[in-house]
Design a binder for this molecule. Structure first.
Ligand code: SF4
Ligand code: SF4
Length: 373
């Protein structure tokens, strides 16, 4: 792929979807400010939020911790329009104005149609969001637009053929999902590359799961480099792929920020030997069964019982992958202290139609209810 101007973006992006929280559940703005400052001081520039993250609090935090305190041309800010949470075309179009108000950013460097997949593309078509993004770019409220995507390479191919003016795509790229049928990291990346679209990587550490892989995987990585954390291997794997513009990490505290900066400052792609190590780790991971939930939370918005589905699956995986049964049980007990349990699912199916990973959520909740009974 010829050099694209987007490739001058530093390889680590700050995902603002898991910002640090105060005991009352509000975003910890002071800690977020420290993280933003360290990130910028370390030479990184790309920030990623979305209209729906934390019910709008993420965009507000971006405004307070980043936009209000740093020169507008010293960083790039991305946000996303989510058609699923709007009831009409007019309502969907208002999201951009709301995002601008929340962040006070004046314009967005990168604007994305959020979480496209076969179930919601018809809605983005119906609301003509593609044309809207192009119009807003002409007006100067958006510098570049693209979309984040969770579906098959075939659908990605179709979307890029239908909308060749989309400038970039955001894809789920990690070594665990490299050859999976549901996420199809490798094949989707190849489609984007074939269309000359730079790729922003999301979920490089698969919702944090690859920071604590099963022992067999950890052993392989540690033997190759005792000083490198499993999370750093996962980040470097994603950033080493040809066509990648930047890799988002949803950092929640200063320790994660420091670890990621240490990994990605002066980034150099994995060499042949290191790529072979990653392939060995990937094979080892394939042999460990787990629930491939990324923690994106798209399933929870419409759940009439307000079941904390990703939290429950995360507790299950703690048991399934790591064998930490007691800790998983305790965690489950904490999760359902103030919300419905897995056994209270009424099988309405809302969550399954929202899940980008196409997980059989109802069946998995049944299993969780039995395991944690
Ligand atoms: S099927 Fe169960 S978990 Fe899913 S939205 Fe309905 S009640 Fe919630
Ligand atoms: S179950 Fe699906 S929609 Fe819900 S958090 Fe997990 S991956 Fe996301």
């Amino acid at each position: 792929m010829p050099a694209h101007p987007f490739f001058s973006t530093p390889k680590l992006g700050f995902g603002l979807m898991r910002l640090p929280k105060l005991p009352d559940g509000a975003i910890d703005i002071e800690q977020t400010k420290d993280m933003v400052d360290l990130f910028l001081e370390s030479g990184f520039t790309y920030f990623d939020t979305a209209y729906v993250y934390d019910g709008g609090q993420s965009e507000i935090a971006a405004g307070k911790a980043l936009v209000a305190r740093h020169k507008r041309d010293s960083f790039t800010l991305a946000t996303k329009l989510n058609a699923r949470v709007s009831t009409s075309r007019e309502d969907a179009e208002k999201q951009l104005m709301t995002s601008l108000e929340r962040t006070q950013a004046e314009y967005f460097d990168f604007y994305l149609l959020h979480a496209l997949g076969s179930r919601n593309v018809p809605l983005y078509d119906e609301y003509k969001i593609w044309d809207y993004a192009a119009r807003m770019k002409e007006k100067g409220l958006i510098r570049h637009w693209g979309f984040s995507f969770h579906d098959s390479p075939e659908l990605l191919e179709k979307l890029l053929n239908d909308h060749p003016d989309a400038e970039f795509v955001q894809l789920q790229i990690n070594y665990a999902d490299w050859e999976s049928n549901t996420v199809a990291s490798r094949r989707n990346l190849e489609v984007a590359r074939a269309h000359g679209k730079p790729v922003v990587v999301m979920e490089p550490v698969r919702g944090g799961a690859l920071a604590n892989p099963p022992q067999r995987v950890r052993d392989i990585l540690t033997a190759a480099d005792p000083a490198a954390s499993p999370a750093s291997w996962a980040l470097r794997f994603a950033a080493s792929q040809e066509g990648v513009m930047t890799v988002l990490s949803g950092m929640s505290n200063m320790d994660q920020m420091r670890d990621n900066i240490a990994t990605m400052k002066g980034f150099v792609s994995l060499n042949e030997h290191q790529r072979a190590v990653m392939e060995e780790a990937r094979q080892a991971l394939l042999n460990v069964p787990s629930i491939p939930c990324t923690g994106c939370s798209y399933c929870t918005e419409g759940c009439p019982m307000q079941i904390k589905i990703p939290d429950i699956f995360s507790a299950r995986n703690q048991d399934i992958i790591f064998g930490q049964t007691e800790r998983a049980r305790n965690r489950y007990a904490q999760i359902i202290k103030d919300s419905a349990g897995a056994d209270q699912c009424i099988q309405c199916g809302q969550c399954e139609s929202a899940c980008p990973q196409n997980l059989p959520i109802i069946e998995l909740l049944k299993q969780a209810a039995q395991a944690f009974a």
